[in-house]
Ligand binder design. Structure first.
Ligand code: BTN
Length: 320
């Protein structure tokens, strides 16, 4: 498994081929082959005679102890089960397939091979770089509750970024995280369950921390990562994962207690759409008008020629 090799190289120091071979129980030629294979993960290996091999850039791999160190007592108490994954198709798909959760479950991955974005788009998920996080629990309140939830999850991400001093990141309704008109993160809510029976909700959060070079060509819209915004000083992935979990659990508890009303004022601080001319892409048509914020359920209000209309779904694009 490539991961054993990656762990041994993660800190960016030189390791000799011999040491790697011994640790993995394979010969020098096989070590070389596996090192070459790391390029498929977007990792670059430097080889220096007499010193061995090292990654061109160190990687901060996920570490449950380090994540837990930064969790609030509420978050520690709320999380019932952890899944720290090396490679997975999608953390959302993974949690959707598990038995109905009796407790709040968290999945975090180093790498997603089929990361899922909204509207069937792929979510590019290079190894060891960004945050790929999903939360899952059983929803008692039924599907109706989920409407506002999709917005408050985005607000948890915006709160986290604010706590990191990044005040100018905001949300494009319903929950795209943007910075200077570029996508920094996204949220995908998925649900499974039978009508009338208990329903499982999975909330997936993707946040670009330091996108791998070369991988970005696959992204079909302007994007940015925290490394660029912070001029090469992105926060620790483990700390960031914990801060996101803290904020997510905080907003979920607030939402459960007070509903959407609690968030309406704060929403305005992050709202990148209000007052702007927008096109709202619906399955069968495109509506244009001026965005007027959200109503008490989280629906988008748009002033059109026919008056103010409310929308619970759709893809917003801003007109410049
Ligand atoms: C979007 O298109 O804006 C939503 C992106 C959501 C990506 C995250 S990464 C963790 C979780 N697992 C997935 O497959 N997708 C979500």
């Amino acid at each position: 498994m490539a991961f054993e090799l990656i762990r041994r190289l993660a800190d960016g120091r030189f390791v000799s081929g011999e040491e790697l071979g011994q640790a993995l129980g394979i010969g020098r030629a096989a070590v070389w082959k596996r090192l070459k294979n790391l390029e498929n993960y977007g990792l670059e290996v430097h080889a220096v005679q007499g010193k061995g091999y090292r990654l061109s850039e160190p990687l901060e791999l996920l570490d449950q102890t380090r994540i837990t160190e930064h969790l609030t007592p509420q978050a520690q108490q709320a999380i019932g089960k952890w899944h720290l994954l090396e490679e997975i198709d999608s953390t959302n798909a993974y949690l959707l397939k598990r038995p109905l959760p009796g407790v709040l479950q968290v999945a975090l991955a180093e790498h997603q091979t089929q990361g899922r974005g909204r509207r069937g788009r792929p979510w590019i998920s290079p190894l060891g770089r960004n945050i790929y996080l999903s939360l899952s629990w059983t929803l008692d309140g039924g599907i109706n509750q989920a409407e506002g939830l999709s917005l408050v999850v985005g607000m948890a991400v915006a709160r986290t970024l604010g706590r990191l001093g990044l005040m100018d990141a905001g949300i494009k309704w319903p929950n795209d995280i943007h910075w200077q008109q570029k996508k920094l993160g996204g949220i995908l809510l998925e649900m499974a369950g039978e009508a009338g029976g208990p329903c499982r909700l999975v909330v997936g959060v993707g946040l670009n921390v330091k996108m791998a070079e070369g991988q970005d060509q696959q992204i079909d819209q302007p994007w940015v990562d925290l490394a660029t915004i912070t001029m090469g000083q992105p926060p620790s992935r483990n700390k960031l994962a914990a801060m996101l979990l803290n904020a997510l659990i905080e907003v979920l508890q607030e939402y459960q207690q007070h509903g959407m009303a609690k968030f309406l004022v704060e929403w305005r601080r992050y709202d990148l759409v209000s007052g702007r001319e927008v096109s709202l892409h619906l399955p069968d048509r495109v509506v244009t008008g001026y965005a007027q914020g959200i109503d008490e359920t989280g629906a988008l209000l748009v002033r059109t020629e026919q008056g103010v209309q409310r929308f619970v779904s759709g893809e917003v694009s801003l007109r410049y």
